[in-house]
Ligand binder design. Structure first.
Ligand code: HDD
Length: 717
């Protein structure tokens, strides 16, 4: 599958061309029925007299209503809420020595992709800002067939064996008797399950960190979670973990903000992704791999097959091999984002599976779920799922079959069809599974090498800054305080004491509980009762050095850019036009976006008699939807100085540790806010106040905003 650059560029658009066969544009066209008959009156059903009953004969009405009645399909059992975009993957550093995957062979080679991000627990209409894991799925339309990456924004998982997945999801979903709460893990059944599953503790640490409340889909890492295999031309295998690193850095909001965004704009992440792409700010990630030779399978003190463990980047560095750019929004949400069907079992030659028991179960689940969700084994024919490389086999018929197979042969081997379609030799691109030797007893058992449930949870906690640790503690206090059954809270504090004594103490304090001297054994509740009864967690791993890559504040992917970030510009009639214009020009120069907010829509007049278009009002927006706030001067600032909505706006920005810039009389607006006594930079690094028109105001604002949040302020709020 070699390709030169010219051919690659054609290939990059090949999925777009493929989809164009199915796109429909009604511009300048007549309205018709689904049978192609032109409709003369779409407003009145056929009746016996203008006041009489409707007639069964009205095929136009019957067709329209029948179709409407069947518009919904079952939502995904998990990851129901999501958003997606088209784009391409480009190889920047080919690694043919490790994989023969055709789409990874040449520098500059491009492959079309369709990428969907999601939350896990909520329904299709739930808020984007739930505290939850985010799905990160990429469909690669390669010349050798579809490759699906189906990962998350967290590198480990709650459970080690697929047989527990239905239990995990039943526990986190709204409780079955009253369907409460929606898109939230803060309830009894979730924590009941978790408190009996010590293997979940590593993932619990991630889920309670700010990773589970991202600022944007564009600012999340992605992880394949499982160890997969790369297979090269010599049929040699390397274990591989796949990572995505966002160009804009990994960033989060704070929990109070997340909850408020859920009310102000539950589509916050969906809108952010859509608007960024529409504005030409194409989201971008680097793809990296951690490669482990087959011979090193047992080198580490954790098991590569255990999905509750990660490989610290200090042990095996991440090698960047390509980049993904999302540059086109879908034309139709249902046809593309809703109907796209991912499957970790969709692999191409050069990529293969490991024996991770979670992955092995997933290999069954994803086709099965599409059958009930999309209703037919022909879901691969839906345009968004269709491979751009030709498909030929003897699978036939079924609901909604699109392909018209010619000839009389639908079996193999055959002589009547000349033996077609042919099987491909490996050299011809035929897929051959890695010939791993397996010599074992058939058992329902978990390897002892899976039994250390706490060491990496501790590693994660120790790798966080004090601010981030504080957020984990608060998140656990929040979640567990919503749990009504005291015994569950006690069990959880017991488990946390195995991660870190200080963590357990602080969470317990918030819950008004003592820390138990010994965690309760899940075996008291029938967990771990296997043949030898030995599923108690065992520490296996040597203590590990904290790693900056596990946190967000010190994470090497953190970037000081303010590109695509949103700044609220608080305006009023009489606003200082010179300051406002200079500031807006600065934002444009830095690739950021300003939004003029005023007491009313329409226009505000400037001090020089100009007019500035207003984009939002203090009534219809909120500071939680912005990354920073700017207040230009203007002698009439008192117009908004007493407005509680304006004061709330500034106070919330303060509370969420955002940068606030104020010039001239704009500074006076701070008098009634938490900033009241802090109008000099020395007192708050996030307050950029300039009464005298100093030249470096813009530069200082951009630098401060590039820090994302002013965490030094947090202890005060
Ligand atoms: Fe899953 C969807 C990611 C474990 C069963 N999963 C789904 C999606 C993502 C993941 C991102 C949404 C795909 C989309 O956008 O359409 N799932 C994961 C990860 C896992 C994981 C990273 C652990 C490492 N999943 C997992 C297990 C099972 C499933 C163990 C079942 C045994 N997942 C499903 C599913 C879904 C799904 C029921 C629902 C909708 C779909 O597949 O297409 O089959």
């Amino acid at each position: 599958m070699k390709s030169n650059n010219a051919r690659s560029d054609v290939h990059q658009d090949s999925k777009k061309t493929d989809l164009s066969v199915n796109t429909a544009d009604a511009n300048n066209k007549f309205m018709t029925t689904n049978q192609g008959v032109r409709v003369n009156d779409d407003n009145n059903s056929l009746k016996a007299g203008d006041r009489g009953p409707s007639l069964l004969e009205d095929f136009i009405l019957r067709e329209k209503i029948t179709h409407f009645d069947h518009e919904r399909i079952p939502e995904r059992i998990v990851h129901a809420r999501g958003s997606a975009a088209h784009g391409f993957f480009e190889v920047t550093n080919p690694i043919p020595q490790f994989t023969k995957a055709g789409f990874l062979q040449e520098k500059g080679q491009k492959t079309p992709v369709f990428t969907r991000f999601s939350t896990v627990a909520g329904s299709r209409g739930s808020t984007d800002l739930a505290r939850d894991v985010r799905g990160f799925s990429v469909k690669f339309y390669t010349e050798a067939g579809i490759y699906d990456f189906v990962g998350n924004n967290i590198p480990v998982f709650f459970i080690q064996d697929a047989s527990k997945f239905p239990d995990l999801i039943h526990a986190v979903k709204p409780e079955p008797h009253n369907e409460i709460p929606q898109a939230a893990s803060a309830h009894d059944t979730f924590w009941d399950f978790i408190s009996l599953m010590p293997e979940s503790m590593h993932m619990v640490m991630w889920a309670m960190s700010d990773r589970s409340i991202p600022r944007s889909y564009r600012m999340m890492e992605g992880f394949g979670v499982h160890t997969f295999r790369f297979i090269n031309e010599q049929h040699e295998s390397h274990f591989v973990k796949i990572h995505w690193k966002p160009k804009l850095g990994t960033h989060a909001v704070v929990w109070d903000e997340a909850q408020k965004i859920s009310g102000k704009d539950p589509d916050f992440h969906r809108r952010d992704l859509w608007e960024a792409i529409e504005a030409g700010h194409f989201p971008e990630w680097e793809m990296g791999v951690q490669l482990i030779p087959e011979a090193d399978e047992s080198k580490y003190d954790f098991d590569l097959l255990d999905p509750t463990k990660l490989i610290p980047e200090e042990l095996v560095p991440v090698t960047i091999i390509g980049r993904m750019v999302l540059n086109r929004n879908p034309d139709n949400f249902f046809a593309e984002t809703e109907q796209v069907a991912f499957h970790p079992g969709h692999v191409v030659p050069g990529i293969d599976f490991s024996n991770d028991p979670l992955l092995q179960g997933r290999l069954f689940s994803y086709t099965d779920t599409q059958l009930s969700r999309l209703g037919s084994p022909n879901f691969h024919e839906i345009p968004i799922n269709r491979s751009i490389s030709p498909t030929h086999n003897h699978q036939r018929d079924g609901h909604m079959r699109q392909e018209i197979n010619t000839g009389r042969v639908s079996y193999h081997p055959n002589s009547l069809g000349g033996g077609c379609p042919y099987q491909a030799r490996i050299a011809e691109g035929g897929f051959a599974s890695f010939n791993e030797r397996i010599d074992a007893h058939k058992v329902r058992q978990r390897s002892d090498s899976f039994s250390d449930h706490f060491s990496q949870a501790t590693l994660f906690f120790n790798s966080q800054t004090e601010v981030e640790q504080g957020h984990i503690i608060k998140a656990l206090r929040f979640e567990l305080s919503k749990v009504e059954t005291t015994a569950i809270r006690v069990r959880m504090v017991g488990l946390l004491s195995q991660v870190d004594a200080g963590l357990a103490e602080k969470v317990a304090l918030g819950l008004g509980l003592p820390v138990p001297s010994k965690p309760e054994s899940p075996m008291n509740h029938g967990v771990g009762a296997d043949a030898d009864g030995s599923q108690e967690p065992k520490p296996l791993l040597a203590p590990q050095q904290p790693s900056d890559t596990l946190g967000m504040i010190r994470n090497p992917t953190v970037s000081p850019t303010i590109e695509t970030r949103k700044v609220a510009i608080l305006c009023h009639d009489g606003v200082n036009e010179t300051q406002l214009s200079a500031f807006r020009a600065l934002l444009v120069e830095k690739g950021a976006k300003g939004c003029v907010i005023a007491p009313h829509m329409g226009f505000v007049t400037t001090d020089r008699g100009g007019a500035v278009a207003v984009e939002a009002t203090f009534l219809n927006t909120s500071s939680v939807l912005f990354d920073a706030v700017y207040i230009p001067g203007g002698t009439a600032i008192s117009i908004i100085a007493e407005d509680p909505d304006v004061l709330d706006f500034i106070n919330e920005a303060y509370k969420h540790c955002k940068v606030i810039g104020a010039e001239g009389e704009g500074i006076d607006l701070l008098a009634n806010t938490y900033f009241a006594s802090k109008t000099s930079n020395n007192e708050d690094a996030g307050l950029i106040a300039d009464r005298d028109g100093q030249k470096d105001f813009g530069q200082r604002f951009v630098e401060a905003m590039g820090r994302h949040r002013i965490w030094d302020r947090e202890p005060k709020v």
